[in-house]
Unconditional design. Sequence first.
Length: 220
Amino acid sequence: MTDQDTLKRRAAEAAYEYVAEGEYLGVGTGSTVNHFIDVLAERQPELAGCVSSSEATTTRLKAAGLDVVDLNTAGDLPLYVDGADESNDHLELIKGGGGALTREKVIASASRRFVCVVDESKRVGLLGRFPLPVEVIPMARSFVARRLVKLGGEPELREGFTSDNGNVILDVHNLEILNPIELEDAINAIPGVVTVGLFARRPADVLLVAGAGGVEKIER
């Protein structure tokens, strides 16, 4: 494994400590979560089932021999494990680099505890260096982009990408996100926006940060 993969594996192993047998488990999307699924595959906990945030994660979970159930079946979840593209000190996040932000936000909101796994490169003082993903219904793409410009961003269509929900994603560059909750609300209020990849109203409860010295645990 590369050094980056080693850090992601450490974070994934730390997240496994929160997994309880006999319960449902929400599982996110992305490279760090893939390591978490590998840990689940190796240890094979007796779960009630997994609720997946993307088709890619569903495929990987099933290949690992884990049952995948619909969120409508599972109801509220005790635990959701996912990664992030950025996290600040308040455990507010930017997510959606993999394009699964809407389902991720739904599952995070339905979960009592959200454990976020990252490597130390994802920790930032101010959110916004990573382009902010916004999922948009296709017919509203240009209208939403104009509104995002008025909010100070530079939206760019993610070329050749369609979300699992059949929508497009605008990646918004050059935002200084001084008030994440305020910006999350403002973008979500634009007609045609499905959701924005700011997780500020529902931040992580626990952030596990893998670095050269081990895994640091930060709780909200």
